[in-house]
Design a protein around this ligand. Structure first.
Ligand SMILES: [Zn+2]
Ligand SMILES: [Zn+2]
Length: 284
């Protein structure tokens, strides 16, 4: 990549995955994320904090049900403060596991949302208690099965960080072994039309690469699965982090477009235009 000339490019990108302190493991309010989005040359930021769940499920890493209104108030405050500068929007990162569907259906209807991420979080003890029986490979298969089931619920726009389980597997992670099961899950996800995320925060995890890997992105491209980039920012300064690398990776794999969701409608953006908006271009 090289830098373009000095004219200030027009922002077109959105941060599609960011958090708030309500989840108890993130810092900065939506106004801080909006400020960071402006500094990054982004058009907007979608706040997608961890959804409330019933029965105190993993309540130590998410907002409480009675904080959901406060969550939207914080986003509205930022939206008003940054009007005309940064487009601040409400979204949600909702956990999927079988049985949670009716709760999420009601939750997603309550306040209009722009982007709903569907996440399976295999690192949660609450998830492992139910789905891990000591067989690591079976656990990986269940994880990918759950990604497919999540897409099939129709509750989500984008399946988040879709190979997160590899970070837990350690030496038990063998892409060649799990690949047929990933292929099966991707066939099912492709049939739903649901998008998948390229999450740049994977670079800080046990296997330091974005989620998913470039190889899996290639399998997604073969099935025409749309991609949404997200930094999964838990601190404001991570807004937009890794987007240039993510765009470069996608381009190398063969993708020509990325997507954002606004009002839960998918909007494609040409990768080359996205790069120009960041003041970058590839040598042709
Ligand atoms: Zn989080
Ligand atoms: Zn997540």
């Amino acid at each position: 990549m090289r830098l373009l000339g000095c004219a200030l490019p027009t922002p077109i990108l959105y941060e599609s995955h960011s958090h708030t302190p309500l989840c108890q493991h993130a810092q900065g309010r939506p106004v801080d994320y909006a400020e960071a989005a402006e500094a990054a040359g982004f058009k907007g930021v979608i706040i997608t904090c961890h959804c409330p769940l019933p029965d105190n499920h993993s309540d130590w890493v998410r907002m409480r049900p009675d904080e959901y209104e406060l969550y939207h108030d914080m986003i509205t405050e930022a939206k008003e403060q940054f009007a005309g500068r940064v487009d601040v929007r409400a979204g949600l990162e909702s956990d999927f596991f079988p049985g949670v569907e009716p709760w999420l259906e009601e939750l997603h209807e309550r306040v209009p949302l722009n982007h709903v991420l569907g996440s399976v979080h295999p690192q949660l003890p609450e998830y492992q208690d139910t789905y891990y029986n000591g067989d690591g490979f079976a656990f990986q298969r269940t994880y990918f099965e759950h990604l497919a089931l999540a897409a099939e619920t129709g509750l989500f726009d984008t399946i988040a960080h879709p190979d997160l389980v590899k970070n837990l597997a350690g030496s038990e992670w063998s892409f060649a072994s799990i690949q047929p099961h990933i292929a099966e899950a991707l066939d099912r996800i492709a049939a739903t039309g649901v998008a998948m995320e390229l999450n740049t925060s994977g670079r800080y995890k046990a296997i330091p690469e974005m989620n998913p890997s470039a190889t899996m992105l290639g399998m997604m491209l073969e099935r025409d699965i749309p991609v949404v980039i997200g930094a999964d920012a838990h601190v404001p300064h991570r807004v937009g982090e890794g987007y240039a690398d993510a765009l470069e990776t996608l381009r190398r794999v063969g993708y020509r477009e990325i997507n954002i969701f606004l009002n839960r409608q998918r909007q494609p953006i040409a990768i080359d235009d996205a790069l120009v908006s960041l003041g970058l271009t590839f040598p042709s």
